[in-house]
Write a protein that binds this ligand. Structure first.
Ligand code: ADP
Length: 261
């Protein structure tokens, strides 16, 4: 796999240290439903953190707050020392450039070719030249195993292929953080492994910080530096995967894992 187009920890050692994401006392309510309750956590640059826990425990809400698709009711969020909340629209626009997200439902532009899906934002948002954007997009498509699909439209691809294009599209913006929201849940079972393999390669060979919501526990065990177990909008247990998956301390974590493993 070619990763020339992505940041590499050996080439860029300074970025693998220090805090990149910080949430302090973040509360999010939907009506009477307090989904996140004074949540604190931080993620160091270059780390891969997985959020696990029962459905409805607030995991996706955290990714949506970081994508600024939602706003907290209270608390502060910073990314790379810059304010994401509370923040002005200008500050938000700057910070948003550091964050890429891949959704459950791919969300590719249906009327654009695969190549154009990937080059569009780097050209329009980052002001990259078209030639450079195309060259980088081809490198990324090669990385996700779809070099020959440049001219295809999304509808001509399988769900797994579309999701790999969506990963390439997120990486084309050179984000420091990649948010992954249950990226394999909408896929037929036989397509899941190909997408997870691409993400394992990215985790292994780049210094991108990853924040990942997944039900794929083997994948979480493979890629995570840290696993956060959520229940009712709170982190009830956190630790390295070998600890959380093999010797969880909380009954709630044990119950959850025995239901999903
Ligand atoms: P998880 O990702 O852990 O399954 P979510 O973060 O998606 O949990 O949801 C947490 C809670 O917030 C759930 O009770 C869900 O119903 C509620 N919720 C999420 N988004 C909205 C919304 N846009 N409006 C109202 N309630 C929502």
């Amino acid at each position: 796999m070619s990763t020339d187009t992505l940041p590499n920890p050996e080439k860029n050692p300074a970025r693998s240290n220090g805090e990149l994401i910080r949430l302090e006392q973040v509360t999010k309510r939907f009506g009477d439903n307090t989904v996140l309750d004074h949540l604190d956590f931080s993620v160091d640059a270059g780390k891969h953190v997985t959020l696990i826990g029962p459905s409805g425990s607030g995991k996706t809400t955290i990714l949506r707050l970081l994508m600024t698709l939602l706003k907290p009711d209270e608390g502060t969020i910073t990314v790379d020392g810059q304010k994401l909340f509370p923040a002005s629209d200008k500050e938000v626009r700057e910070v948003r450039k550091k964050i890429g997200m891949v959704f459950q439902q791919f969300n590719l532009f249906p009327n654009m070719t695969v190549l154009r899906n990937i080059t569009e934002a780097p050209v329009t948002v980052l002001g990259m030249s078209k030639d450079e954007a195309v060259e980088r997009a081809k490198g990324l498509l090669d990385m996700v195993g779809l070099a020959e699909k440049c001219d295809a439209h999304p509808a001509q691809l399988s769900g797994g292929q579309q999701q790999r294009v969506a990963i390439a599209r997120a990486l084309a913006m050179r984000p420091q953080v990649l948010l992954l929201d249950e990226v394999t849940s909408a896929l037929d079972p036989e397509l899941v492994a190909g997408v997870l393999d691409v993400l394992r390669d990215i985790a292994r060979s780049t210094d991108i910080t990853m924040l990942c919501v997944t039900h794929e526990m083997n994948f979480a065990r493979d890629i995570s530096d840290q696993v956060l177990m959520f229940d009712s909008g709170r982190i009830i247990e956190a630790g390295p995967p070998e600890k959380i998956f093999s010797e969880p301390e909380k009954d709630r974590t044990r119950e959850f894992l025995s239901a999903v493993l």
